[in-house]
Design a protein around this ligand. Structure first.
Ligand SMILES: *[C@@H]1O[C@H](CO)[C@@H](O)[C@H](O)[C@H]1NC(C)=O
Ligand SMILES: *[C@@H]1O[C@H](CO)[C@@H](O)[C@H](O)[C@H]1NC(C)=O
Ligand SMILES: *[C@@H]1O[C@H](CO)[C@@H](O)[C@H](O)[C@H]1NC(C)=O
Ligand SMILES: *[C@@H]1O[C@H](CO)[C@@H](O)[C@H](O)[C@H]1NC(C)=O
Ligand SMILES: *[C@@H]1O[C@H](CO)[C@@H](O)[C@H](O)[C@H]1NC(C)=O
Ligand SMILES: *[C@@H]1O[C@H](CO)[C@@H](O)[C@H](O)[C@H]1NC(C)=O
Ligand SMILES: *[C@@H]1O[C@H](CO)[C@@H](O)[C@H](O)[C@H]1NC(C)=O
Ligand SMILES: *[C@@H]1O[C@H](CO)[C@@H](O)[C@H](O)[C@H]1NC(C)=O
Length: 232
């Protein structure tokens, strides 16, 4: 339903237009019975996750994430935020927006930036996964945290930089989707997109017909020498 190779910056209207065919392909799903009403879900209880909201509304966590232009669905919403609940579909997507748990080997990022601003629910392991570096490389710093300890939001973590290396940075507009969609398309990391827009979490622009968020995209991030040292 969301193949890796498909363009991520599809307009919401394109997605909505494609839904009837998606529904038609699900033999066991009664599409007439689906709730196609858009809704709003106010977050009133601390530590309510996007996964909790998905369960409560019978929507896919990735469908909610993409409709709310989220940086990452694993960021825990703040109390007082309101999420848009997209139309119910026959095949809720709970998978394709999650970063796969693969073995990471890199110990530094290419091009920067240097500082990661923590958001709700972050652990060193989650941050390292978003940056595609080993968790140990974030811990080798003088940080006193364990890999899975929940970090207070709003703190800066220094990220090891491969030196010399560089990225190209260009502005872009998040029309639809989550950062992972953009990262996959431009061969960059969710963490580096987050680092360039440190306070962005999500947007209800799609529902309100407002302007989409303008962000900075790091891409072509690479070492500029074969002799690399890690700046910690
Ligand atoms: C599909 O859902 C509609 C509306 O809830 C219901 O009227 C209809 O009988 C259902 N059809 C089947 C085949 O279950
Ligand atoms: C349909 O979904 C919306 C959004 O979650 C919700 O507000 C509404 O109560 C739902 N309607 C029914 C009949 O379940
Ligand atoms: C929410 O999570 C944070 C971090 O894990 C924890 O410190 C806090 O006590 C939790 N709050 C509630 C109400 O569970
Ligand atoms: C995805 O999540 C929804 C709502 O939380 C759930 O109803 C559905 O069964 C899940 N689908 C899969 C394939 O896990
Ligand atoms: C990731 O995979 C490793 C080994 O494959 C496993 O030990 C670890 O618990 C997994 N982490 C998560 C968050 O699923
Ligand atoms: C993550 O890094 C590994 C090398 O450690 C690389 O093979 C892989 O393509 C990278 N994945 C992403 C999504 O950047
Ligand atoms: C995003 O969430 C973090 C905490 O997780 C918060 O510090 C920041 O202000 C939020 N940004 C916006 C624009 O709400
Ligand atoms: C690699 O770079 C380091 C630091 O810039 C330097 O000290 C070292 O001599 C270089 N090694 C080689 C083989 O060029």
């Amino acid at each position: 339903m969301w193949p890796r190779s498909s363009p991520s910056l599809v307009a919401a209207t394109t997605l909505l237009a494609s839904m009837p065919s998606v529904l038609a392909t699900s033999a066991s799903c009664n599409s007439t019975a689906l709730n196609t009403t858009l809704g709003l879900y106010p977050i009133t209880v601390e530590n309510t996750t996007v996964f909790d909201v998905a369960k409560a509304t019978n929507r896919g966590v990735c469908d909610i994430g993409r409709y709310n232009l989220m940086a990452d669905v694993t960021i825990i919403p703040n109390v007082g935020q309101t999420l848009v609940i997209p139309p119910e579909v026959c095949d809720p997507d709970n998978e394709t927006c999650l970063l796969p748990n693969v073995t990471r080997t890199q110990t530094c990022i290419n091009g920067g930036p240097r500082l990661y601003y923590t958001v709700n629910g972050d652990t060193l392991d989650i941050v390292a996964r978003r940056l595609n570096i080993t968790t140990a490389s974030l811990m080798s710093d003088d940080t006193a945290y364990t890999a899975d300890e929940v970090l207070a939001p709003g703190q800066f973590l220094k990220v090891p930089l491969c030196s010399p290396s560089e990225c190209t940075i260009k502005p872009f507009t998040l029309e639809f989707g989550v950062y992972k969609d953009i990262a996959d398309e431009y061969d960059t990391t969710v963490g580096q997109i987050m680092m360039l827009s440190p306070t962005y979490n999500y947007s209800t622009a799609l529902l309100e017909g407002k302007g989409r968020p303008s962000l900075d995209l790091p891409f072509n991030c690479a070492a500029t020498s074969t002799n690399i040292t890690v700046l910690s």
